[in-house]
Design a protein around this ligand. Structure first.
Ligand code: SF4
Length: 433
């Protein structure tokens, strides 16, 4: 292990979250209710209201029929939500005027309220702090780049994985998000784009990354349903290509196996952050349950089943995990596998003992991986500037789960350096999917 230790030991999750401890996780780590297949809410917390996006199309038709409406009204309502991105029943002119409000009240309840917004990059990066119906706070980020728009979404309010460098992890898990609460973050971004509220003219969401708050695979059921809603064509869903969707995980091995079997060819990103168990046990506490070798085995099985290249996320932290020998070790583990390394220079935060690697160490780390023939990209420093700016919103949010600069470790993909070397490394099926 490096001489630089984590700044503080993992903090135990709050009592409400501890009550939801999942079998198989180390002490202090929490998945959602029912373990890795957790449902929205925690014991004692009300569930989010039912929303159209929680339901498959047949269930929506049944729900509409229960209201005394013809089942095809469900398809019309679904098109209003997923295709026309309507949020005002008055706009839903293909529905009878007499039933619009009742249908909207029953199946399109307001789930998220925008509490604060911060724009960076001349307005093409927009970070939103959302308040949920029960007062929890989550965040999403819209990033517009030439030719693509990526939404980074949260899957949980808070997180139970207790990564010591992450403020969200230190605060513990508040609750899992429902399927619709996840989908609504993307729909909100799609709506802003369609209405021309993002510089660059009207556009569409092309990519979704589950790299906001939370461990997606600890909220397995809601996340997989959200993946279906995002990728199903209208009227069932938003119709985003599965190849444009990335699910990030700290390495919940059984859930990676389940995801591989879902028939959803989304990209898997593994937040590895260390190639050896000694360092990873501290940086990513879930490693005490599933070791590096098990996590990578699961990742390679995922790549075999889906044909999708796995993204290995690695935050470079000065003197903690950025040594040349660790680059060599990581390169050896990844060589010959369908993998790509995304190196993320740590964005220093005030008061933290964690800081970014020296440029020379970063260059040596890249060279060490390339010596093994492993594709690698380094996040552009522009991303660091953006993170810093967006962190100001976190600092002033005052919510129970403030936006979290260290969480940028699981970086939105749009922040990758756009250099010839980076483009070569990214290959044809990387960030511009
Ligand atoms: S880094 Fe991600 S997985 Fe780890 S505690 Fe933070 S939100 Fe959870």
């Amino acid at each position: 292990m490096s001489p630089r230790r984590p700044s503080s030991p993992p903090t135990a999750a709050p009592a409400s979250a501890r009550a939801a401890d999942a079998p198989g996780l180390p002490p202090g780590l929490t998945a959602g209710r029912n373990g890795s297949a957790g449902r929205p809410g925690s014991p004692g917390r009300p569930k989010p209201p039912r929303h159209l996006a929680d339901l498959g199309l047949p269930e929506r038709r049944a729900a509409v029929a229960e209201l005394g409406e013809r089942p095809f009204r469900a398809d019309q309502l679904s098109r209003q939500y997923f295709t026309r991105l309507a949020d005002d029943p008055g706009e839903m002119t293909d529905l009878p005027q007499s039933s619009r409000q009742e249908l909207a009240d029953a199946l399109l309840p307001r789930l998220l309220t925008a509490e604060r917004e911060l724009a960076c990059d001349d307005g093409t990066t927009r970070k939103t702090l959302w308040r949920t119906f029960d007062g929890a706070y989550i965040e999403s980020v819209l990033m517009r780049y030439p030719g693509r728009v990526t939404m980074c979404v949260s899957s949980q309010a808070g997180c139970g994985m207790a990564c010591p460098f992450c403020a969200t992890g230190q605060a513990g898990l508040t609750r899992n998000l429902s399927t619709a609460e996840i989908v609504e973050q993307v729909v909100a971004g799609a709506r802003a784009l369609a209405r021309g509220q993002v510089p660059g003219g009207p556009g569409r969401v092309s990519n979704v990354v589950f790299m906001g708050m939370g461990e997606p695979l600890a909220n397995y059921r809601s996340v997989v349903q959200a993946l279906r809603r995002l990728t199903e064509p209208a009227p069932a869903g938003l119709g985003i290509s599965a190849r444009g969707v990335t699910v990030s995980t700290v390495g919940l091995v059984p859930a990676i196996g389940r995801l591989a079997a879902e028939g959803l060819p989304v990209t898997l990103a593994v937040s590895l952050h260390a190639p050896d168990d000694e360092a990873r046990d501290e940086l990513v506490p879930v490693n005490r349950r599933w070791k590096v070798a098990e996590v990578l085995d699961a990742a390679w099985r995922y790549a075999d089943v889906t044909g999708r290249r796995v993204s290995i996320e690695y935050a470079l932290i000065r003197d903690v995990n950025d040594q040349a020998w660790r680059a060599d070790l990581l390169g050896g583990l990844l060589a010959g596998h369908l993998a790509h390394v995304n190196l993320i220079p740590l964005n220093p935060t005030p008061g933290s003992r964690w800081t970014a690697s020296r440029p020379a160490a970063q260059d040596e780390f890249v060279a060490g991986l390339e010596a093994h023939g492993v594709p690698v990209t380094v996040r552009d420093t522009r991303g660091r500037e953006i993170d810093g700016a967006c962190g100001q919103l976190a600092a002033s949010s005052g919510g129970p789960t403030p936006l979290d600069p260290p969480h940028a470790l699981r970086a939105p993909r749009g922040y990758i350096a756009d250099t010839p070397a980076a483009r070569r490394a990214q290959g044809p099926d990387s960030l511009d999917r």
